[in-house]
Design a protein around this ligand. Structure first.
Ligand code: PEP
Ligand code: MN
Length: 376
């Protein structure tokens, strides 16, 4: 590799980048980033290596992943009490499947948005890391980054005291100025992303010649990449090769989110994998391809989610592929955001900061269904 192409913690800055906030006070932003860089790492190298060993088992088909949690975590829910309820819910859902559990938690604070503005021109909410859900406070505020780091650390500390089985943590690696401050060099000469076990790259930022992929490729943690229906062969093959150049076990996981009507594309994706002999395993995210709108609310139908899950298992079986995991947006609380039998949404119980989540009954129903498919 020549000097030009060598990876370092800032080399992503040379590439085109999507979905980054623009701060009015650039000086304050730079000052904040410098402060974050001086903080010690959150997870230890050993904790990330232990996770990596588990993911090697997953890529060999020996274990199954349940990845679950909020679409967007809110700072107001970063309390011991909320974490306790959420972790115990994730744990009990994992037990149904005897799965390795990964929470969308302890850092799932930044959201990619298709539209920068709402219909009335208000800036869109982009996650508590960037701006406020409150409509009169939408300017990106660099000081929110310090809170993100603080709550990630607090949440991970809470998790370490937690008595159930090991829960690993994940979030979308979106705000690269922020994420890159958590990179730590270990004596094994590898760079670890210390604020999460499992960072993933979203469907909107997965282009292999763009910044997000060229940041994450240098990180030693196992990584996820969301795969939506617009993907073509060259994008898929190039992103997987970029992220896993040595074709190692436990390195890269494709999180399929095609939606129930486009899931047939998974057959092509499996062929691309086989043509190029790529070492990549498949999770299913049956949420993000099945979004609908009802009376001004974003919703998802349980029937669509279950249909996509069933179809995913069928396609993998027909192609001699092992399902590696399932990825759900859900909450232990009694919300009304996803619907079944065309029921109405109760607006008082619609509390998500972003996408509609399964409530605990809906999550349990879907996970029990996944269990029957895994047992077949
Ligand atoms: C998400 O997981 O909340 C998300 C935004 O996903 P995607 O990148 O698949 O749209
Ligand atoms: Mn979401």
């Amino acid at each position: 590799m020549n000097q030009e192409n060598e990876w370092n913690v800032d080399s992503w800055k040379k590439y085109p980048i999507q979905q980054q906030p623009v701060y009015q006070d650039e000086h304050l932003y730079q000052e904040t980033v410098q402060k974050l860089k001086k903080l010690p790492g959150i997870l230890s190298f050993d904790e990330i290596n232990n996770f990596k060993n588990e993911m090697i088992k997953v890529s060999k088909g020996e274990k199954f992943i349940l990845q679950l949690g909020d679409c967007a975590e809110m700072y107001t829910e970063c309390t011991e009490e909320h974490w306790k309820e959420k972790f115990s819910f994730y744990d009990s859902m994992g037990q149904i499947l005897n799965a390795i559990v990964i929470g969308r938690t302890c850092g799932q604070f930044a959201k990619p948005r298709t539209q920068l503005h709402e219909k009335d021109g208000t800036l869109n909410y982009r996650g508590d890391l960037i701006n406020s859900l409150s409509r009169d406070d939408r300017d990106p505020d660099p000081l929110r980054l310090l809170l993100g780091a603080h709550y990630s650390k607090k949440g991970i500390d809470a998790l370490r005291k937690y008595k159930g089985q090991q829960i690993w943590v994940s979030h979308e690696c979106l705000h690269l100025g922020y994420e890159s401050t958590f990179v730590k060099l270990h004596e094994d000469n590898q760079y670890y992303l210390s604020n999460t076990h499992f960072p993933w790259i979203g469907d909107r930022t997965r282009l292999y010649e763009h910044a997000h992929c060229n940041f994450i490729k240098g990180i030693y943690n196992p990584i996820g990449v969301k795969i939506g229906w617009t993907i073509n062969k060259s994008e898929f093959v190039n992103v997987i090769k970029l992220l896993n150049p040595k074709n190692e076990d436990g390195r890269v996981f494709a999180i399929i989110r095609l939606g129930k009507n486009k899931l047939d594309k998974l057959k092509d994706i499996i062929n691309w994998k086989n043509d190029e002999k790529l070492n990549v395993s498949f999770f299913l995210d049956p949420m993000h391809g099945n979004g609908l709108e009802k009376n001004g609310h974003k919703i998802r139908r349980i029937e669509d989610i279950m249909f996509e899950i069933q179809h995913f298992f069928n396609i993998l079986e027909q192609n001699n592929e092992q399902p590696a995991g399932i990825h759900l947006e859900c909450t232990p609380y009694d919300v009304s955001e996803c619907i079944e039998n065309d029921e109405e949404i109760n607006p008082k119980m619609y509390t998500t900061a972003c996408d509609p989540r399964l409530n605990f009954r809906q999550a349990r129903k879907i996970i029990v269904f996944v269990n029957t498919l895994l047992k077949k």
